[in-house]
Write a protein that binds this ligand. Structure first.
Ligand SMILES: Cc1cc2nc3c(=O)[nH]c(=O)nc-3n(C[C@H](O)[C@H](O)[C@H](O)COP(=O)(O)OP(=O)(O)OC[C@H]3O[C@@H](n4cnc5c(N)ncnc54)[C@H](O)[C@@H]3O)c2cc1C
Length: 195
């Protein structure tokens, strides 16, 4: 499908949001992503931050390739989209812990909203070695500024909680290992890898 760029907003020096107009509502589940093609650049996946009135919001960290090209858009351009895709979606649980590192915050926004509206207790742990972005979507997140203080560790996560992990691969792998060593059931741990 074709989507039109409605608005770009810089959230930090290297992270921006894009609001796209879609032909109809995608009816994405929380945590899902779309595949985006900008003519002349490789297709890339981006998590849907929010969906509203046949628009979607993406949050993108500018790197070198497609993401840099997307950062140059001004509004009015057209992109190709497919999706939504993904299994990083809500499951039933008594309580939920969302753990985000850096731009891994993007799928957590819709998951957080879903669990809040469902009345399931949800805590959010966010780590960054740079600016924190999209905090306006969370109430009382715990912030871990890894330039100054400790990293998120398994002890910060209650044992009977569903755990959603998204961030740099080493962070996901080490947290998953530590959680499993502490006896956290592996079927209660979900992760999204932005590779
Ligand atoms: C399910 C999913 C959801 C994602 N959601 C987001 C999101 O919400 N926001 C966001 O900013 N990014 C997200 N990403 C990452 C995004 O798809 C791109 O990988 C990222 O924007 C870098 O693209 P680029 O072309 O600018 O990369 P480049 O600057 O060209 O490359 C950056 C680095 O990543 C490596 N790389 C890039 N793409 C791939 C790939 N497909 N496979 C292997 N290595 C790769 C490159 O080798 C390089 O080391 C997501 C990825 C996945 C898989």
């Amino acid at each position: 499908m074709q989507a039109q760029v409605l608005e770009k907003v810089w959230k930090s020096d290297d992270i921006f949001s894009l609001r796209l107009k879609t032909p109809s509502t995608l009816q994405a589940k929380p945590g899902q992503f779309v595949m985006v093609t900008l003519s002349g650049f490789p297709q890339r996946a981006y998590s849907i931050v929010e969906e509203k009135d046949a628009t979607i919001l993406l949050g993108i960290k500018m790197q070198q390739g497609t993401s840099k090209a997307l950062s140059r858009l001004q509004g009015g351009e057209t992109l190709d989209l497919i999706g939504p895709f993904g299994s990083f979606i809500p499951r039933e649980g008594e309580q939920v812990t969302l753990v985000a590192g850096g731009i891994g915050i993007t799928p957590m926004i819709s998951l957080y909203k879903h669990y809040m509206l469902s009345g399931v207790p949800v805590q959010t742990l966010i780590s960054s070695n740079d600016d924190f972005v999209f905090l306006e979507y969370f109430s009382a997140p715990r912030l871990f500024d890894t330039r100054k203080g400790p990293r998120i560790c398994a002890r910060d996560i209650p044992q009977d909680s569903l755990v959603y992990l998204c961030g740099p691969e080493p962070m996901i792998n080490s947290l998953r290992d530590d959680l499993e060593k502490r006896g956290h059931p592996s079927n209660m741990i979900f992760s999204e890898d932005f590779k």
